[in-house]
Design a binder for this molecule. Sequence first.
Ligand SMILES: Cc1ncc(COP(=O)(O)O)c(C=O)c1O
Length: 451
Amino acid sequence: MSLSRLNQPRLKLTRSAELLQRNSEVIPGGLASINRKADPCIAFARARGSRLWDVDGNEYIDYHAGFAPYILGHNDEEQNRAVVASMEQGLSNFGSGPSEAEGDLTRLVLECLPMAEKAQFLNTGSEATAQAIRIARAWTGRDHVILMQGGYNGNQNVVAANLMSTKQQLGGRQIVGDEYPLVPMTAGIPEGERKVMHAVEFNDLSAVETVAKRNPVAAVILEPVLQNIGVIKPRPGYLEGLRKLADQHGFLLIFDEVKTGFRASLGGYQGICGVRPDLSTFGKALANGFPIAALAGRREYMDLAISDDPSKRVLIAGTYNCHPVPVAAAIACLKKLMSSKLDVHGKLERLARRLEDGQRSLFAKHGIQATIVRQGSAHCVYFMNSAPNNWWELLNGHDFEFDARYRRALIDRGIYNFPVPVKQGSISYAHSEEDVDLTLEATESALKGFK
Ligand SMILES: Cc1ncc(COP(=O)(O)O)c(C=O)c1O
């Protein structure tokens, strides 16, 4: 299959615009999750494998992957069959008693995560991170939480701060230590809650130490690789250092693996770095796009949900927790990810390397200063001369304006990366070498177009 407009960009988005307009009459902003609104605001209608089609009939190779869940690709036939079969068996969300499937899923998840002892399931990553923090607070009897500047851990009050703060919001200077200003992502966070949230710069151990010395910290929560501002990796020793600080100061180390989980490796990023978090959260690739999330960790923390001591007991409950449809989807997804015959992660690595190598030589050929950072199938092109170690380096080094033009030029040519600078791209098992080569062809055409 080839993309007809690869070298002749002519994107018509008339129906997308009409749909947004019509929806805006009844939905604030015209769509259900405001993070989906970008320019161009394309309304997609259909997806299969590595491809997307919008309501105007344009076809794209997809690297956005719905903000990363689609590790197998869109509409995976085997997964779809497993979901339909679960419904045909008369399964329902009984809302009473245990289910066989939730036990099966938990055992599979724990097989992938040898450092975790127990797991629980929720519907979204945001629920999982909020529960993780609640457990940390219940265990430690403390309230303060440390977050990373440039990290995203969900929409709940306790973590909704400091994602892509502007220079102005940061006071125009690099912050060291614990003086980082809190930059809420939402109105409506009570003053009292703000006072117990501390943002620090990623890869800065001394900042965490300073906050922990001055405040009763319950937890540090972080994506072990920052993947909501591209792909920013931990420096050697950073995660190990956090583990030590957590032990010294008695707070919990929470890895938010909602993006890295099951994608960076079958065992997430903890399976690569070997650092044991106390708790970790998962979603996205766990079920290849179906809504389910997991919270996993050490037995003593997870068992707070059934503590005999009511003052320590943590409420983990939800009408739709382990709904049979996403559970069937997750089991089907994990079985494929775990299959040595399919070697999903091997294929992802080969494709991602092919893309990275191709992009690198194209940028060199066309004299564009770019640094590609990749963690397995998750990748990002930074238009700067080195890989950023934190948000401040990115904010000062990256050419955001060029990034926006680059993304738009690729979209015009049928390659869909989310049209917001430094948003990470994801490759799926359904992508092919041909897809990668078409992507490189479109990249070359886009780069020529800039001259
Ligand atoms: C690292 C991370 N944690 C948590 C979340 C929140 O997950 P959800 O959108 O499913 O609530 C996200 C969502 O993008 C995420 O990237």
